[in-house]
Design a protein around this ligand. Structure first.
Ligand code: ADP
Ligand code: GLC
Length: 481
C-alpha cells in the first residue's frame, strides 16, 4: 500500500513523447517510486500522441477558459503509468514537437502552453479532481516551474513542491508583460521571485518558490553553484543551496538488458561476453562500415547540440586513420553538425557512418556493438547514454563533467592497478584532451585482457533506479512531514 501520493508534472514522458532524457526520467521514476510505496500520477500536456494513448479516458476536471480556450483534464493509464492529460486543443493539438513547431522554430505561445500546464498542476495539487489529494508535488524543468508560483500565491493550503532541474540551459525566459495575463501577481516579480534581468523566468520561479530543489547528479549540483557552469543562475542557486540535492538518474534495466534485448543482433551478458562481437559485425553491416582488422569502433547516440561537444569529434577526424578508429553516429539536431558529419561520412564511408533522426533500434545496437560510447559533453547534468553503455559493455569515453564524473571510474594509473576502471575520461573539454583520450583508448584496446576487464567492471556498475528512487522517496517523506 502506498503511504505517499505524489503528483509529477512533466512536459514529456517516455514512451509517449520524448526529446531527451527528461522523458526517460518522467516515465521511469514513477515505476521505481512505486517500489518505495510512493504512488505517482503524472500530469502531461495533451499532445496528440498522449490523447491517442488515453483514448476513452474519463474527464476528471474542466476549465471554461485556460489561457485562451476551454480545457479538460483526462485521467487514464498508459501501460503502468497513471496519467493526467491536460486536453487543451488551443495549446497542444498541432503539428511539430513539444517545444518546436513543424517550421523548426519555438511555438510562439510556449509561455501560455507551459503556464497552463503549471496552472492545471497547481489546481490538481489542491484537490481539483475527486479522490486525488497529493502529499507532494514534483515538477520537472522550467515547463513545470510556474506551478510553484501558482501554489505559493494561491492563498490556499498547498502540498510541498519539489523542483527538479534536468538542464540549466533551458530557463523559460519570457517578456515581463506576460505576468498579469498568466495570472501572476506583481509581488512575484522580484529578485527573490521570478524576475530575471527585467524578464520573467519559469525556471527561476521553480527554484525560488519550491520547498526543495533536486538536480540529476551530485557533481552537477555542485557545478551549477559556480559562475562557469551556473549559466547566470549560480547566484540564485547559491541562495537556495541548503535545499539543493543531487540525485543521479537511473536507467530502466529491463528495457536496457543485453541478455534479453530484442532490438540487438545477439544477446549477451558478462558471462557470455564473446557473443557481443556479433553485434559489432551487425552494426558495421547495418551502417555500411568496413570490417577493418583491429579497428576501434566508436559510437555516439546524442542530441546534436553544442552541449554535447560533438564538434570536438570533428576536430579529431585526422586521427581516425593513424589510430585505426571507426565511428557510428546516431543523432539529430543542429543542421550544421548534421552537415559536417554527413560530409565526414561521405569522405570516409568505410570508417564513418552518420544516421540522422531518432531510432530506438539503432540506439540499442550501437550500445551493444560499439567498442566505445563517446560523449564529449561541455556539460552533462546526468547523462543516460553512458549508463546504458556501462550495462552493455561499450566502454564510455567522456568528458569529466556532471553526471559523467559520478558514474564512470576513469582508467587512470591508480584505477588500472586497482582493477576498478569502468571507462575513460578527459578534461578540459577540448579537442587535444579528447585526442589524448582517444589515443589512450586505442592503446588499451590493443590489450584485450585489460579491455575486457574494463568492460566487465562497467557491466557490474549500479546504473538502475533502486538507489536513486529510495533517495527521492526519503526526500519526499522528509518534506511532506
Ligand atoms: P539529453 O537528455 O541531454 O539529451 P541523456 O543522455 O540524458 O541526454 O538522454 C538522452 C536519451 O535520448 C537517451 O535515452 C538516449 O538513448 C536517447 N537518444 C538521444 N538521441 C537519440 C536518437 N537520435 N535516437 C534514439 N535515441 C536517442
Ligand atoms: C537533461 C540532461 C541530461 C539528463 C537528462 C535527464 O536533458 O541534459 O544530462 O540525463 O536531462 O535528467
Amino acid at each position: 500500500m502506498p503511504d505517499l501520493v505524489a503528483l509529477s508534472i512533466a512536459s514529456e514522458i517516455f514512451p509517449l513523447v520524448k526529446t531527451g532524457g527528461l522523458a526517460d526520467i518522467a516515465g521511469a521514476l514513477p515505476l521505481a517510486l512505486a517500489q518505495e510505496n510512493v504512488a505517482v500520477s503524472t500530469l502531461v500536456p495533451g499532445y496528440p500522441a498522449v490523447l491517442d494513448a488515453l483514448a476513452g479516458a474519463e474527464p476528471v476536471a474542466e476549465f471554461a477558459d485556460l489561457l485562451g480556450g476551454p480545457a479538460r483534464i483526462l485521467r487514464g493509464k498508459a501501460g503502468e503509468l497513471d496519467l493526467f492529460a491536460l486536453n487543451a486543443p488551443h495549446l497542444y493539438l498541432r503539428p511539430g514537437g513539444p517545444y518546436i513547431g513543424a517550421d523548426g522554430i519555438d511555438h510562439p505561445d510556449n509561455a501560455q502552453r507551459f503556464a497552463a500546464l503549471s496552472q492545471a498542476g497547481a489546481a490538481l495539487s489542491q484537490g481539483l479532481a475527486a479522490n486525488f489529494t497529493p502529499d507532494i508535488v514534483h515538477g520537472h524543468d522550467w515547463q513545470a516551474g510556474l506551478t510553484a508560483a501558482y501554489l505559493r500565491f494561491s492563498g490556499k493550503r498547498a502540498p510541498p513542491f519539489v523542483f527538479t532541474i534536468h538542464n540549466l540551459a533551458f530557463q523559460g525566459v519570457f517578456r515581463a508583460g506576460l505576468l498579469a495575463p498568466l495570472g501572476l501577481p506583481a509581488t512575484s516579480f522580484v529578485t527573490g521571485g521570478l524576475e530575471f534581468y527585467d524578464q520573467i523566468s519559469f525556471l527561476k520561479a521553480g527554484i525560488n518558490f519550491s520547498d526543495a530543489i533536486t538536480t540529476v547528479s551530485p557533481t552537477y549540483a555542485r557545478e551549477i553553484l559556480q559562475p562557469d557552469q551556473g549559466m547566470s543562475f549560480d547566484g540564485i542557486l547559491r541562495a537556495r543551496e541548503e535545499v539543493l540535492y543531487g540525485i543521479r538518474n537511473g536507467i530502466d534495466t529491463q528495457v536496457w538488458n543485453p541478455a534479453a534485448d530484442p532490438l540487438i543482433a545477439k544477446n549477451f551478458s558478462n558471462r557470455k561476453l564473446a557473443a557481443r562481437a556479433e553485434n559489432t559485425h551487425a552494426l558495421r553491416r547495418k551502417t555500411g562500415l568496413a570490417e577493418i582488422d583491429g579497428a576501434l569502433l566508436l559510437g555516439v547516440v546524442s542530441r546534436l547540440s553544442s552541449q554535447k561537444g560533438l564538434d570536438l569529434v570533428l576536430e579529431c577526424l585526422p586521427l581516425f586513420e593513424p589510430l585505426n578508429l571507426q565511428l557510428v553516429l546516431l543523432g539529430a539536431g543542429d543542421p550544421e553538425l548534421e552537415e559536417a558529419f554527413a560530409e565526414a561520412a561521405a569522405a570516409a564511408p568505410e570508417r564513418i557512418a552518420a544516421h540522422f533522426g531518432y531510432s530506438e533500434g539503432l540506439a540499442h545496437l550501437i550500445q551493444a556493438g560499439a567498442h566505445v560510447l563517446l560523449a564529449p559533453s561541455r556539460f552533462e547534468p546526468c547523462g543516460l547514454t553512458q549508463l546504458c553503455a556501462l550495462r552493455y559493455g561499450a566502454v564510455p569515453l567522456t568528458s569529466r563533467v556532471g553526471g559523467f564524473a559520478d558514474t564512470i571510474i576513469d582508467a587512470n594509473d591508480m584505477a588500472l592497478s586497482a582493477g576498478c576502471a569502468t571507462g575513460l575520461q578527459f578534461t578540459p573539454v577540448a579537442a587535444d584532451a579528447l585526442a589524448a583520450a582517444l589515443r589512450k583508448a586505442a592503446g588499451i584496446f590493443a590489450n584485450p585482457a585489460l579491455w575486457r576487464q574494463i568492460q566487465l567492471n562497467g557491466m557490474k556498475s549500479d546504473v538502475g533506479w533502486t538507489q536513486p528512487a529510495r533517495t527521492y522517496a526519503n526526500l519526499f517523506r522528509k518534506i511532506a512531514a
